[in-house]
Design a protein around this ligand. Structure first.
Ligand SMILES: [Zn+2]
Length: 75
């Protein structure tokens, strides 16, 4: 017996814009790593956006680490 989830699309995160998209979808140009919006961009442009997106993710993680827990009340 084989697993039936072979053909069903999975939710992926775009490397460029961090958008969640389903892949694979019939008639959709999206690839494993890029959504249909970003897949049409020139490779050089996509590379720069990917680099910036990586920095955004790093900064988001840093903010999360530096944000005090909501349980602590001031005043
Ligand atoms: Zn995208």
């Amino acid at each position: 017996m084989t697993t039936p989830n072979d053909s069903s699309p999975r939710l992926r995160t775009c490397r460029c814009c961090a958008k969640k998209f389903a892949y694979p979808v019939k008639g959709n140009a999206a690839t494993r790593h890029h959504c249909e919006d970003c897949v049409g961009l020139p490779a050089a442009t996509r590379k720069i956006i990917e680099r910036l997106n990586t920095r955004v993710i790093q900064l988001e993680n840093q903010v999360r680490r530096l944000t005090p827990k909501p349980a602590a009340t001031v005043g």
